[in-house]
Design a protein around this ligand. Structure first.
Ligand code: DGL
Length: 288
């Protein structure tokens, strides 16, 4: 993936850059690519396996049992491919399934993502923050606890964004429909005078420029993908080097910084998007 050199000068050894470590990453679709991009910046030598469950997207409007079943299936697949740690690059799947996955695979590090309520409350000058997320994330008990834990002294406006992730899944990031949705979902936050807005879905960083245009320069936008990547980079140093091969792969399959992609939906579209958004040659395979 074409990204700048490691962002931290503390990441100065091949081990810290993820050499011979294999990380599985998944999302309902393209959104997790925002997390993958950050992971690759911190761990340029790690091998990454990415699953886009685009055939089942959006998760944000599906019931919890379905999301748990999909998350379990994909995690199992990634582990079969030799992943040593799993990053749930999806707020909705984290809220619905992280606890379940950790109970099922207690020895595997499973890292989730959650809306950045805590940093938003810390940074907001007025204490008025807004959270943009899927209906599923906002309705989840996990999110309620997050707000109870970190949002007590803040005035929080919650804005579900049905349809937004689905629109981003199309791969075009500046369409009239997207502009309309962004303006519609930003309005209640503007009316509430929120000065700090959390992007609580991994799809939304791809339309951050549209939100910035609508919200203006006085509003700070919080995206936690960098913090998640930093956490994973730290954790990776504790993993042993991965086995030289896995049952389904040839023995020379470990290549530094190599990223492999699977999709349960349109593999050609995923390959095209990875190529277009990241300038990386990609031949996505169908998720079995
Ligand atoms: N990218 C996902 C998230 O972070 C979910 C989008 C969706 O499939 O609804 O919540």
């Amino acid at each position: 993936m074409s990204v700048p050199a490691p962002v931290s000068d503390t990441l100065d050894t091949p081990l810290k850059q993820g050499k011979h470590r294999r990380i599985g990453v998944f999302d309902s679709g393209l959104g997790g690519l925002s997390v993958l991009r950050a992971l690759h910046q911190y761990l340029p030598l790690a091998e990454m396996l990415y699953v886009a469950d685009s055939g089942h997207a959006p998760y944000g409007e599906k019931d919890t049992a379905h999301i748990i079943a999909r998350s379990e299936y994909i995690t199992n697949f990634l582990l079969e491919q030799g992943a040593q740690a799993i990053v749930i690059a999806c707020n909705t799947a984290t809220a619905a399934a992280a606890q379940h996955l950790r109970a099922r695979w207690p020895d595997v590090p499973i890292i989730g993502v959650e809306p950045g309520v805590k940093p938003a409350v810390t940074h907001s000058p007025s204490g008025r923050i807004g959270v943009l997320a899927t209906p599923g994330t906002l309705a989840s008990p996990k999110f309620q606890h997050l707000v109870e834990r970190h949002g007590r002294n803040a005035e929080i406006t919650l804005q579900a964004c049905p349809g937004l992730a689905k629109e981003i899944e199309g791969g075009e990031l500046d369409t009239p429909r997207l502009r309309e949705l962004v303006a519609q979902f930003a309005r209640p936050l503007q009316e509430a005078h929120s000065d700090t807005i959390v992007l609580g879905c991994t799809h939304y960083p791809f339309v951050r420029p549209l939100f910035e245009q609508v919200l203006g320069p006085g509003v700070r936008i919080i995206d936690t993908s960098d913090a998640v990547a930093r956490h994973v980079a730290h954790l990776v140093t504790e993993l042993p080097p991965c086995a030289p091969d896995s049952p389904s792969k040839p023995s020379d399959a470990i290549s530094d910084g190599h990223i492999r992609f699977w999709s349960s939906g349109n593999t050609a579209l995923l390959s095209q998007i990875v190529q277009r958004w990241f300038n990386l040659a990609c031949a996505a395979q169908p998720l079995p």
